[in-house]
Design a protein around this ligand. Structure first.
Ligand code: FES
Length: 150
């Protein structure tokens, strides 16, 4: 039985290696920054057309993202994309973080198959939404009281 399972796992990994870069597989299997954040400054959640959701929390000090975490109920590629976009965001100022787009996530993951590229877009859009939330709250701090932090 365990031999069969090992064979099956090997088959799946072989399939994954044919379609995904080593970096994408690594971020899907060993996601960085996974989990909700307590005391985050901002939070954003977006559900993509595929029905999957990515949620991102940011801690921002003096306009610099000091921590970024995420969770997703989506596919392996959304796990890899959330992991990578939070890695890219850390240490960036809010202007630089707003400029992180789908292509940056794709490049950092050494590409994704055509049918999975939208997962990188969902991750970068969620990051942008969290940063915009920060900018909004900075302009009108009273809004924070009414925002759901999850
Ligand atoms: Fe929905 Fe990947 S298929 S985020």
């Amino acid at each position: 039985m365990s031999d069969n399972l090992d064979d099956f796992e090997e088959l799946l990994m072989g399939e994954a290696r044919r379609n995904y870069s080593a970096k994408a597989i690594d971020h899907a299997m060993n996601p960085r920054n996974l989990g909700a954040m307590e005391n985050a400054d901002v939070y954003a959640s977006i559900t993509g057309p595929c029905g999957d959701t990515i949620e991102i929390w940011l801690k921002i000090d003096d306009n610099i993202i000091s921590r970024a975490t995420y969770i997703t109920d989506g596919c392996g590629t959304s796990i890899a994309s959330g992991s990578m976009v939070t890695e890219l965001a850390k240490g960036k100022n809010i202007r630089e973080a707003l400029a992180i787009g789908q292509q940056d996530v794709l490049d950092a993951l050494d590409g994704l198959p055509e049918e999975s590229r939208h997962c990188a877009l969902l991750a970068s859009n969620t990051l942008k939404a969290a940063v915009r939330e920060y900018i909004d709250i900075k302009k009108e701090p009273w809004k924070k009281t009414y925002r759901k932090q999850k």
